[in-house]
Ligand binder design. Structure first.
Ligand code: SAM
Length: 268
């Protein structure tokens, strides 16, 4: 079988990878049978998983669209996974064709796929870095270049801050990013929260505790705290589908079942 152009040489298709599993949940085509098997197993345990992932991605779309409409052309997407299927550069360029995006992930597999996918895109860069060391991340040439002109930058921490435990001080991490941003910049954040599903809190925390990427779910107050130094864009921190829905009907009957909260803030 010939290797598709997005697959780096040496990739082991038999070992599932979280970024490719996520691509499968979103309905993308950048995944292998081993990834799909793992996704199907997780869906058996938690049937709403693909819906939650899609609600998260739909929030990302609305938030990026909103920010591009405010005239922002620079985006720093941290914890980007594989930028397929409604990636930030595609969404932003529907509004602003000159939009530049720096994609950052700590997973070398996601980074390798991303580099191949974006090889022909002169306005996108892919960086391998870990958000837990924000100074090193911001010192990467692509990030430095994005920030250098002093124009507003939108930082995306979408479905990724829950991978940073309390001991790793997520407030410090977000604060260091914030302090590097020019006024008028934006923070886009979504975060796992089981406030709306107290019945599920125990089992799901347990499920994730057994994986290599344990989740720390946080409540609305804690998630709102990450916007310190930002002015929240209306309607504030809400369930994923409640953030500026395209139509009132698109919120769905039980937004709290999507177990994620989201918000957008503007640096003051
Ligand atoms: N942001 C995309 C979205 O919402 O559609 C992808 C979210 S995916 C669930 C989370 C991504 O965050 C994964 O690709 C993972 O490798 C990355 N990630 C987790 N912790 C990270 C860290 N400390 N630094 C950089 N990336 C991280």
């Amino acid at each position: 079988m010939t290797r598709p152009t997005w697959v780096p040489a040496g990739t082991d298709p038999e070992t599932p990878n979280a970024a490719r599993v996520y691509d499968y949940y979103l309905g993308g085509s950048h995944n292998f049978e081993a990834d799909r098997r793992m996704a199907r197993k997780a869906i058996e345990l938690w049937p709403e998983l693909p819906l939650i992932m899609r609600a998260n991605r739909a929030f990302l779309r609305r938030a990026v669209q909103y920010i591009a409409e405010q005239g922002v052309t620079r985006f720093l997407d941290i914890g980007s996974g594989i930028p397929t299927f409604g990636a930030v550069h595609e969404i932003a360029r529907e509004v602003e064709p000159r939009a530049r995006v720096v994609y950052v992930d700590r997973d070398p597999v996601a980074v390798a796929h991303s580099r191949l996918l974006l090889a022909d895109d002169p306005l996108s860069e892919v960086v391998e870095a870990d958000l837990r060391d924000p100074a090193a991340l911001l010192a990467q040439p692509a990030a430095e270049e994005l920030l250098r002109p002093g124009e507003p930058v939108a930082v995306l921490l979408v479905a990724m801050l829950h991978f940073i435990s309390d001991e790793e001080q997520p407030e410090r991490v977000v604060g260091q990013l914030r302090d590097a941003l020019p006024p008028g910049s934006y923070l886009v954040l979504s975060h796992a929260s089981l406030e709306g599903r107290p019945d599920q809190a125990g089992p799901h925390q347990d499920l994730y505790r057994r994986t290599p990427t344990p989740l720390t779910m946080r409540n609305r107050e804690q998630i709102t705290g990450f916007f310190d130094g930002f002015e929240l864009v209306e309607p504030g921190v809400v369930y994923l589908s409640e953030w500026n829905p395209e139509t009132p009907g698109s919120v769905g009957p039980h937004p709290e079942r999507m177990t994620g909260m989201a918000g957008v803030g503007r640096r003051t």
